[in-house]
Design a protein around this ligand. Structure first.
Ligand code: XMP
Length: 513
């Protein structure tokens, strides 16, 4: 189940990297938008009740043998369409205009002149800078279309057929390098397609709450909390909808960062007054991890134990048939296409067994991460949860190289807390994707006072990233590194050295195991 507003724009995807950005921009204009594959049928578009379509750009040339084309019936639906770049060329070619490979590429910032009356450019200057990236170009608009803009190399940089409500632009209005791009999109949405900017955080929450109520009815429902923003926001939304019918389960496997358990208690039990089962399973997990050094075995052991604990709690909650999951929209988009080699077996609170007999409730399945954060803020979640850096399900165990012991966990937790504290004090917490400490399985010699020490080093890992698929090491200021180093060595017993990980991903990964 999911909360979907009545008005929606479908972004027809002709090349994955463009479609997401377009959908995000449309949503920023407060109109709901979803991505659909290019071979969607007209019937499906109708049954989804789409209010407008946007054809995305894409890497193909309309001339290629197997270039993706939309079903021609789509043009008969009477739904407004905006074609962008490749989408613009498709409109031209499929409606009998002229697209040519002139050999002149336009790439980057390009000056464009608006040449006629236009809905897309209404209220905007006649000369604009736009971002282009194309080889083929539209040389002749199809009949019924007015040419509304040109550039030096594109005689038809934009065109519109207001009677059929079809619009095309050769440039990319969705990228920030087209400064007026959002205004052009707004003109399409509000003026060409007559949509209203009603998709706001308040309406998103209201709609989700209504849907959850309708689906869950008077049944009981459980939600696994991880301490992260997704499960927290999902839980608060469901609680807002069905109150005490919800029980949250927080499995403390003892591999959490400092203070995390208390914060979950504080937020959910004391602030939101939710039913919370806080399972203290630290000893159980430590026992299972005894002697385990292989990273994959560690991950699998923790994942399995987590499931076992969760199942036991769920069994005790009789008559509970619904389970909340914090699935996000990018998971949905990617699950259809993801074909990556398994580098590490991931586990998170979502990684529950398939044979558990629950109906899933996924109130965030249409939202991007930043929208989830905005919803979390609107729902009153504390900033520390809303802006928390990602944290892996297996927790500190995969940041301790070698066997996980209570002693090493204490060292790492304290060192990690100092790293985070200093990163926050320097105002870098939000701009850095993840920053944390790692404890390797070696010791080195040092000298403290007049004494020889033989103790662990701590590795500082801080990375910047967009989506964790790739990452770069963060260039932390020397002063911040200095404070981290001196505090960790002075305040954490058992550590006599601090080193910095300066590897990017690939070839390294963000976590050490
Ligand atoms: P790597 O180490 O593969 O990590 O570069 C990429 C991102 O995924 C996080 N991560 C996990 N998240 N369960 C999770 O929920 C896991 O088992 C897991 N392992 C890694 C990691 O923190 C980084 O953000």
């Amino acid at each position: 189940m999911s909360a979907k507003p009545q008005e929606s724009v479908l972004v027809v995807d002709f090349g994955a990297q463009y479609a997401q950005l377009i959908a995000r921009r449309v949503r920023e204009c407060k109109v709901y938008s979803e991505i659909v594959p290019y071979d969607i049928s007209p019937g499906e578009i109708k049954s989804r009740g789409a209010s407008a379509l946007i054809f995305s750009g894409g890497p193909s040339s309309v001339y290629q043998d197997r270039a993706p084309h939309p079903d021609p019936g789509i043009f008969e639906l009477g739904i407004p369409i905006l074609g962008i770049c490749y989408g613009h060329q498709l409109l031209a070619q499929d409606l009998d205009g002229r697209v040519e490979a002139t050999g002149i590429r336009e790439y980057g910032k390009t000056e464009m002149k608006v040449t006629g009356d236009s809905i897309l450019f209404e209220g905007l200057p006649l000369e604009q800078t736009v971002w282009m990236s194309h080889g083929d170009s539209v040389q002749g608009a199809p009949s019924g279309f007015q040419v509304t803009a040109r550039t030096a190399a594109s005689p038809v940089a934009a065109m519109e057929d207001t009677a059929r409500r079809l619009y095309g632009v050769q440039f990319h209005p969705e990228v920030i390098h087209t400064p007026l791009g959002k205004d052009i999109l707004k003109n399409f949405l509000y003026n060409a397609a007559d949509l209203l900017p009603t998709w706001t955080m308040v309406s998103i929450i209201e709609q989700a709450v209504e849907e959850i109520r309708a689906n869950v009815d008077s049944n009981k429902i459980i939600c696994g909390l991880s301490g992260g923003v997704d499960s927290a926001t999902a839980a608060v939304l469901v609680h807002k909808a069905v109150g005490d019918q919800l029980t949250c389960v927080f499995v403390d496997h003892g591999l959490l960062r400092k203070g995390e358990g208390e914060q979950v208690e504080d937020t959910f039990r004391r602030h939101f007054h939710m039913n919370l089962i806080h399972v203290q399973a630290q000893e159980r997990f430590l026992a299972r991890l005894e002697g385990v050094t292989d990273p994959e075995v560690k991950r699998k052991t923790i994942g399995e134990e987590f499931i076992r604990v969760f199942e036991e709690v769920a069994r005790d909650l009789k008559d509970t048939h619904f389970l909340v999951q914090g699935t996000l929209y990018p998971d949905i988009i990617e699950s259809g296409t993801r074909d990556a080699a398994r580098i590490k077996s991931h586990h998170n609170v979502g990684g529950l067994p398939e044979d558990m007999d629950f109906t899933l409730v996924e109130p965030l399945r249409n939202l991007f991460k930043d929208e989830v954060r905005a919803a979390g803020e609107e729902l009153g979640l504390p900033e520390e949860i809303v802006w928390r850096q990602p944290f892996p399900g297996p927790g500190l165990a995969i940041r301790i190289i070698g066997e996980v012991t209570a002693e090493k966990l204490d060292i790492l937790r304290d060192a990690d807390d100092i790293v985070l504290d200093e990163i926050k004090r320097a105002g870098l917490y939000k701009e850095i994707w993840q920053s944390f400490a790692v404890l390797p399985d070696i010791k080195s010699v040092g000298v403290m006072g007049d004494e020889r020490t033989y103790a662990y080093p701590v590795v500082v890992r801080a990375v910047t990233s967009e989506d964790a698929m790739t990452a770069d090491w963060a260039r932390l200021p020397y002063e911040v590194m200095e404070r981290i180093s001196s505090r960790v060595i002075n305040e954490v017993k058992g550590v006599n050295r601090v080193v910095l990980d300066i590897s990017s991903k690939p070839p390294a990964t963000i976590e050490w195991e």
